[in-house]
Design a binder for this molecule. Structure first.
Ligand code: ADP
Length: 495
């Protein structure tokens, strides 16, 4: 199969969250299954600065774009996946982050930027870019690519499309004036198309018009069809439930493997787990915490936003301190949450260490050095850090939602007996419920045998891409066949 994989970020070129991890590793796994998959992302300045061996593949004249857009071609680092960069300097060659300025405000022209991106993806998808290559299917990811399925529906002999929801909370909503300025077909502003409560919704383009929908865990696929998690789109998603599949994200164990991780002071694996202590010492020193292996060391690595349940963590901090535990937090995001965590650290420097910012290397050191990983998300489409934590023997305490429910097995007398326990889960989104899970974790931490067993089971879990990539390939095959069959039926009707 020929597959065009469209995403607004891809590790290691550019990353704001889990989407980049997926876009950096899933295509490699699919290439390994012998399919011609090519990744397309915007040519942000950050990428142009570091990317090597790019060649000019095409010039595109796109509707509504004054200057020609260049398609640069190269390889995704760390593998052999072909990469296309959409180089439109007025839209992407600027200082700052992919969706926001350096200080975190959304770019005012985001709708225009990602409309240009979608137009370029469409041009490649219908073999209109002079590349002499056409995909059988376009795999779109999140709202930034949401217009592609609509554009494809309006093109004859277009490839099939699949749209993956990585986080339904981000929908790409813009006002009527913005919609008008984009010069898109008028009939797209309709409740049956892209209008959503008087706004122009990019994500609806994917949700309504893609041949198939996926999301990143089976539990989240069910959850988004309910009012609690559907962000107002549960009705539409329920209608499409027959074409919605949850496929768990995989972890890239070439990047996240404590046995080969060059970012951590001392590598370790199941047979040399005693080396984890040295990583713990490194982490305690780094955060100026008392160096003591007996003290349980908790960690959070996260975007600091409401979704991640950071409020709940703030509420249990006094209890953690009372228990003489330590906590290190690596994250950035909401300025109030950042300030609250910094204040807590200033009040209890012997117990709480904070690093505000995004630091890939430190994330590895934290995973290696900590004992317990906290992830009390209010909702979590898949979540990757709890999966990385398992491999690093850092036992996760998670809320039972979305991908967290699908990846962590709660510790109970039964799961300990049958050796399936990998962490601690709680249900209610409350500090009391989180604290009772933490207390259970602490009780087991003090029993070295049962703790060693939980770590051991976690480290043996295999969440590599192998199985999930196979599931995507099976789905692509089915959708392409269905799409072609539908086109034949349609053309018969027209005749
Ligand atoms: P989300 O996509 O909602 O942010 P995920 O758990 O799916 O959450 O993925 C988050 C990814 O971003 C992980 O690879 C995690 O290690 C990384 N990450 C998040 N915050 C930071 C940070 N401050 N520094 C380094 N890596 C981070």
């Amino acid at each position: 199969m020929n597959i065009l994989f469209a995403s607004s970020e891809a590790h290691p070129l550019i990353k704001t969250g889990g989407l980049a991890d997926v876009s950096g590793s899933l295509p490699r796994a699919i290439l390994g299954l012998h399919h011609d998959i090519r990744v397309i992302i915007p040519a942000y300045r950050e990428i142009l600065k570091h990317a090597q061996q790019l060649t000019l593949a095409a010039y595109l004249d796109l509707e509504g774009v004054r200057l020609p857009v260049r398609i640069l071609s190269g390889r995704l680092p760390g593998g052999n996946v072909k990469l296309y960069l959409v180089d439109s300097p007025p839209h992407f060659d600027r200082a700052g982050k992919p969706y926001t300025t350096s200080s975190g405000s959304p770019w005012l022209d985001n709708a225009e930027r990602f409309t240009v991106f979608c137009r370029a993806i469409h041009a490649l998808a219908v073999n209109d870019a002079g590349l002499d290559w056409q995909p059988d299917i376009v795999h779109c990811n999140d709202w930034q690519t949401g217009l592609v399925p609509v554009m494809l529906r309006e093109t004859s002999a277009a490839p099939a499309s699949i749209f993956t929801i990585h986080n339904l909370a981000y929908q790409g909503l813009f006002d009527w004036k913005t919609f008008q300025s984009l010069k898109l077909p008028d009939d797209w502003w309709s409740i049956d198309a892209l209008e959503f409560h008087d706004k122009f919704s990019f994500i609806k383009g994917g949700l309504i018009f893609a041949d198939w929908l996926t999301t990143v865990s089976p539990t989240y696929a069910d959850e988004i069809c309910t009012p609690e998690f559907g962000c107002g789109l549960e009705g539409l998603l329920t209608l499409r439930k027959q074409s919605l599949t949850g496929i768990l994200n995989g972890a890239d164990y070439t990047v996240w493997n404590p046995g080969r991780d060059l970012h951590i002071p001392v590598q370790y694996n199941l047979r040399s787990l005693f080396h984890k202590i040295e990583n713990k010492r490194d982490l305690q020193e780094h955060f100026a915490l008392p160096v003591d292996n007996a003290v349980p060391l908790f960690t959070v690595i996260s975007r600091l936003v409401e979704q991640k349940g950071i409020d709940l963590i703030l509420e249990i901090l006094p209890d953690l301190v009372k228990q003489n535990a330590q906590l290190v937090v690596l994250g950035s995001g909401d300025s109030q949450l950042e300030a609250a965590l910094q204040q807590a650290s200033a009040r209890h420097p012997e117990h709480i260490g904070i690093h505000i910012g995004y630091d890939e290397v430190l994330a590895h050191r934290v995973e290696a050095g900590a004992d317990i990983f906290l992830m009390p998300s209010l909702f979590e489409p898949c979540g990757l850090n709890q999966i990385y934590s398992l491999r690093y023997g850092t036992v996760p305490v998670v809320r039972r939602t979305g991908g967290l429910a699908d990846t962590i097995v709660d510790t109970t007398p039964e799961t300990l007996a049958d050796k399936t326990a990998t962490g601690f889960c709680f249900h209610q989104a409350s500090a009391t419920a989180l604290w009772s899970a933490v207390e259970r974790a602490l009780a087991h931490y003090r029993k070295p045998d049962s703790w060693a067993q939980i770590m051991d089971t976690g480290m043996r879990q295999d969440f590599s891409w192998k199985r999930s990539a196979q599931q995507y390939v099976e789905l692509y095959t089915r959708i392409i066949a269905q799409h072609k069959y539908g086109q034949i039926l349609e053309s018969n009707v027209i005749q």
